[in-house]
Design a protein around this ligand. Structure first.
Ligand code: C2E
Ligand code: CA
Ligand code: CA
Length: 856
């Protein structure tokens, strides 16, 4: 039997809401409806008063019926029919028995008193709702009694007419309640819904109702022969209930898994926050069969909360009511400990009881939503539909999974933004960092190359007594000084000059400068702006700096060299005691310019004189070395070793990459062959450049090299950066597919620093992501890096990728990476890059010592 049960009823998503003061008009109309319903009952009552029970043998008292109605109404069963939860009311059971064995007055009294107890004591319904429901139950019962009496007055328990009477009576009772409920809906919604009403009346005779009525008739027939049949009947009912409960649990788990799977897919595919949130809340509601679902987001301003609820019609509604102390209690419980909270039906804690009462909920589950950089809020569901079972740990676990995915997905829009910002900025001062400066310089040099603009000056500066300040006043004041210096430099630089912090107490300024004099003038101004003492711990602390200058194109015309020469000049300033120094070419003459260097690189490649180093990678689960990354090395006969950061971009600009890649791949696979012959099955990873993905010969080159060295394609990984894929994504993805089809592993290098969005990662046919060393280096030193690395690991695993961390320099980073669940690790802590011939001896000594880096 139906019942008006706000805020949402199982089978009726758009049930009415509780009347509020603003809806007083509606309340009056509901009362009028109640009166209308009660009227026939009052009129019929005297007529029914004298009638005896229809079946003799088992006189049922009003109180026995009241208990039976109360029991069957407080246990609303929910069963799964075609994936939808349907409520099954068992109240037809006492109704049919009452129609058969009790007088109509006893039946009416039992019905009204039993329901009153449930409405007031169990459901805690409002007086208005209680009044309406009682009037409705009264009318239903009276109607059923009159119909049953009219059809079956002189029949026995075994008579088919009596059976028919039972079906007709319960059908009419249910149809009446549908009409009454439809009237209430019309009052609240302001418009009648005749179509819905017609459908509801037609479907009133649900199979479940027929089953309950049939069961009641079987019981009535047995009991009319012998009241002792009550014993086996009760036992049978209990057993069925127990069996149903375990079935319901299993069916629930199965459906939950299926839904969860669909949900994670839907969430990863939804870019828009509002749709995403709606999905999250409705999925949480369905998965936990909840009547209420709500998300609370913690705002940026303290105390600022956004509470969003899924409305009965599936729309999101922002809750505007003031946040109560009970709300604060719940949020602090969940957010502070980061642990889920189950608020059970019979909560003992007064705060829990207050919270439930304030939300008119009987029970709830609240779990934290972890975002990328910390908790973003709390996900709450309340009131399991039907009372077959209350929320338990399995529900908590389910909701936690939903919240984890939701948090990550909701945060990933900002995540991409954050990753990008953090990769390019120094966390302490907010200034651009070294990679940003390098990019800025590369762009400026390109403009120079094209014959436009004046020259460029790079001013590199480092504070003279920073260590002393740090030691004397403490690291907090040291940080403060670094931030204050950054502030002055940024103000001095204005929009035309570029200021970066390179690490420690080292800063750089890049500025347009036509002549060395321009540059020196600028440098003096810059030092002047640092002259006023800094306020630290109430002291006025004077700070001196040493500054080195290098110019493009006079001293160098590539980024690497320019920075190196500026550094050299700064070093000279420091050691000579002068505050500033312009780079002076040494006795060897000027550093080779790019033009000279490129012809040297070309001839080095012609003579196959480029070298490789290899850097091991280990698996974090067992510290086993499983492969190496192959890195190009160039030893210049006159200038010593030149960094790949210097000569790779050069090779890229002069079309030497195909040749370079071929030689590095060849050497890497040759080394791999030697290790294999010595019984070491190690994988090798080789770097590709952006242009490699446009090289029509790449596939042939790779297949040829694998064949010559007899290396299975699965042992080769090719590393590409996100940005190289982004230059021509369609073409790149096509080449990557071909490589993948050959069995070659693919890895996204420097992940987190690129410009592409995380969503692109899903479309790349790759096996692996390598977290950039900018994030890994900062692990174990506090800050956001841990959260970012954790998010990349989770995201990578979510997409089925292996996650590699590079640049692990110490044990702290190594241990954290293991805890986070990262798969592979590479970095100085394990080993610096080394000549390939050193690898086997290194492996051997690592094994024999068994205490080497990374081994415990
Ligand atoms: P990459 O691919 O990100 O290579 C990793 C770099 O990190 C290497 O620098 C390696 O020496 C360095 N590294 C490894 N562990 C640590 C650590 O714990 N801390 C720190 N701070 N650094 C670590 P390297 O060898 O100077 O290479 C620089 C870049 O040059 C490479 O970055 C790669 O982009 C490029 N490169 C190197 N060899 C090749 C090559 O054969 N082909 C192409 N196309 N590019 C190459
Ligand atoms: Ca790499
Ligand atoms: Ca890398």
């Amino acid at each position: 039997m139906a019942e008006a049960r706000p805020p949402a009823e199982a089978s009726r998503p758009d049930a009415p809401v509780d009347p509020t003061p603003g809806r007083r008009g509606a309340a009056v109309r509901v009362l009028a409806l109640a009166a209308l319903l009660a009227a026939p009952t009052v009129v019929l009552a005297p007529q029914l008063a004298g009638r005896p029970p229809i079946l003799p043998g088992l006189p049922l008292t009003w109180w026995a019926l009241a208990i039976a109605f109360a029991a069957t109404e407080s246990v609303v069963m929910v069963i799964q029919i075609k994936r939808e939860a349907q409520t099954v009311s068992l109240s037809e059971l006492p109704l049919v028995l009452g129609l058969c064995f009790a007088t109509p007055v006893q039946l009416l009294a039992g019905r009204l008193i039993g329901s009153l107890v449930v409405l007031v004591a169990v459901r805690r319904s409002s007086p208005l709702k209680t009044t309406f429901n009682l009037a409705m139950y009264g009318a239903e019962t009276a109607l059923a009694a009159v119909a049953f009496d009219a059809i079956a007055r002189h029949d026995s328990a075994a008579s088919p007419r009596l059976w028919l009477a039972a079906y007709v009576a319960t059908y009419l009772a249910n149809a009446l309640s549908e009409v009454a409920l439809a009237a209430v809906f019309a009052v609240y919604e302001g418009r009648p819904r005749p179509r819905t009403l017609a459908r509801d009346i037609l479907t009133t005779g649900q199979p479940t109702t027929a089953v309950v009525v049939t069961t009641a008739l079987v019981a009535a027939t047995s009991l009319s022969y012998s009241p002792a049949a009550a014993i086996p009947l009760t036992a049978c009912a209990l057993l069925l209930l127990l069996a149903y409960r375990s079935y319901a649990r299993l069916a629930d788990q199965h459906l939950s898994l299926e839904r969860l799977h669909g949900f994670t897919r839907a969430v990863s595919a939804t870019p828009e926050a509002e749709t995403l949130l709606r999905n999250v809340l409705s999925e949480a509601k369905h998965l936990l069969h909840a009547e209420h679902a709500e998300a609370v987001f913690v705002g940026t301003d303290p105390g600022g909360l956004a509470r969003i609820r899924l409305g009965p019609t599936g729309r999101l509604a922002r809750l505007e009511e003031p946040v109560t102390p009970a709300d604060h209690w719940l949020l602090s419980q969940v957010l502070h400990d980061g642990r889920p909270l189950l608020v059970p039906r019979a909560a003992k804690e007064p705060q829990a009881r207050n919270w439930l009462a304030a939300h008119t909920l009987r029970e709830a589950v609240a779990v934290p939503m972890p975002g990328v950089t910390g908790m973003i809020g709390v996900l709450i569901v309340g009131d399991r539909m039907g009372d077959v079972r209350a929320y338990d740990d399995s529900d908590v676990q389910l909701l936690t999974t939903v919240a984890n995915h939701a948090g990550l997905a909701l945060g990933s829009g900002q995540l991409a933004e954050r990753l990008r910002h953090d990769a390019n900025h120094d966390r302490l001062t907010g200034l651009p960092n070294r990679p940003s400066l390098q990019r800025h310089l590369a762009a400026a040099l390109q403009v120079l190359d094209d014959g436009a603009g004046p020259g460029i000056a790079v001013l590199l500066m480092d504070l003279d007594q920073f260590k002393e300040v740090n030691d004397a006043l403490g690291p907090e004041q040291g940080d403060r000084l670094l931030v204050d210096v950054a502030g002055r430099l940024a103000r001095f630089a204005g929009p035309d000059r570029y200021v970066a912090r390179l690490g420690g107490d080292e800063y750089a300024v890049a500025a347009p400068a036509g002549t060395p004099d321009d540059a020196l003038h600028l440098a003096r101004q810059l030092l002047q702006c640092l002259e006023p003492p800094f306020e630290l711990s109430g002291l006025r602390v004077p700070v001196r700096a040493s500054l080195g200058i290098a110019l493009a194109p006079d001293h160098a015309d590539d980024v690497g060299t320019l920075l190196r020469l500026a550094h050299q000049a700064m070093y000279e300033a420091k050691t000579s005691g002068r505050s500033l120094c312009l780079y002076r070419p040494g006795p060897d003459g000027p550093h080779p310019t790019r033009l000279a260097l490129i012809s040297d690189l070309r001839s080095t490649l012609e003579h196959h004189a480029l070298d490789i180093h290899v850097q091991p990678q280990a698996r974090l689960t067992d510290d086993r070395v499983i492969g190496v990354e192959v890195l190009a090395r160039w030893h210049h006969p006159a200038h010593g070793s030149v960094s790949p950061d210097e000569f790779i971009p050069l090779a890229e600009r002069h079309g030497l990459i195909p040749e370079l890649t071929a030689q590095i791949l060849d050497q890497g696979l040759a080394a791999c062959r030697q290790w294999r012959s010595a019984g070491e099955d190690l994988a090798v990873a080789v770097n590709l450049s952006a242009s490699s993905l446009n090289d029509p010969d790449l596939i042939h080159l790779v297949v040829d090299a694998l064949g010559r060295h007899q290396i299975p394609s699965t042992r080769l990984t090719l590393e590409v950066t996100e940005s190289s894929v982004m230059t021509d994504p369609a073409r790149a993805i096509c080449v990557l597919h071909q490589l993948r089809d050959l069995g070659i592993r693919l890895s996204v290098d420097d992940f987190g620093t690129g410009y592409s969005s995380l969503s692109y990662l899903k479309q790349l046919p790759v096996h692996e992501v390598k977290i950039d060393r900018a994030f890994v280096g900062g692990l174990g030193h506090g800050g956001d890096d841990l959260a970012i690395v954790q998010a990349i690991v989770d995201l990578g695993h979510h997409l089925g990728l292996t996650v590699v961390a590079e640049g692990a320099e110490d044990a702290a980073a190594w241990d954290l990476l293991r805890t986070i669940g990262c798969d592979l690790v590479q970095g100085w802590y394990l080993s610096r890059p080394m000549p390939p011939d050193n690898l086997l001896p290194w492996l051997t000594s690592r094994r024999t010592n068994a205490t080497g880096p990374g081994l415990r």
